[in-house]
Ligand binder design. Sequence first.
Ligand code: ZN
Length: 312
Amino acid sequence: MTLSAGLHHITALSGDMRRTHDFYARMLGLRLVKRTVNHDDPASWHLYYGDAVGTPGTVLSFFSWEDTRQAKPGAGEAVTIAFAIPPGAADFWAERLADEGVTFALDHGAASPVIALHDPDGIGLELVEEPVRGMSHPAASDVPLNRAITGLSGATLLVDDLEATARVLMDVLGWVESGRAELPGFERVRFTQATSTSQGARIELLRGQSIPPARRGAGSIHHIAFRARDDDEQADMVALLHKSGIETTPQIDRTYFRSVYFREPSGVLFEIATDAPGFAVDENVETLGQKVMLPGQLEPQRRAILAKLPEM
Ligand code: ZN
């Protein structure tokens, strides 16, 4: 049974939202598709970046996590976020990163060219050449459209219980194992959404020996969200999780999607998010991301909330 269509979004913690915004919006050319606050902590930002319309599978969001300690990547968290770039675009990106003074490594030896780099908080990123899946709506920026990031490619998770995490990916979320390898100090298993027509169809699990657990802070990848077509498909996934003894939160309305959260057996925070209603539910597509949008229950406190938010 294949339920999921792949990744919906990934959420990380930013130590300096202005610096993060400059890196992802200007340098990587993603579109800020929603400017809102952390619903659970309205004094802090929650910014969503993606393609021109915030299509599921293209979205990376950040909570601001300022004035706190730096993250230490480790077991029980995602450690790398990969973006998809069109075939033939790696050399363009290598030149752009070099011009920006960003340290990176370009690997032409892999199945397709991969550029590895870090964002300003130290989050591991990859730009991976891969054919566009489904519709492409690249964001407008000074990156030529035929070179622009087309969405997420996938994520790499560091896990203790590789087989148990793999079972959740395969039996509940519809992923298929696509390869295993023994690397120095690591065992790696790759998963794909073979029939997916959307971006974000690649997950890599790494198991190392005696890797300490991650320490959350600025630069942590907070959670990985998977797509559910609608509430019914999400409910089917939740039923499968409960059947295998994994507890979930109730469904929570996140304005732009409806979410259920759970910790998979290795401790990584997973979310299942519905495709609907999407980022155009409270703004026009043309003006996405320009205004601070608040959920209905916070709207009466708009003035006080805006006054507390760090300057952007
Ligand atoms: Zn999320």
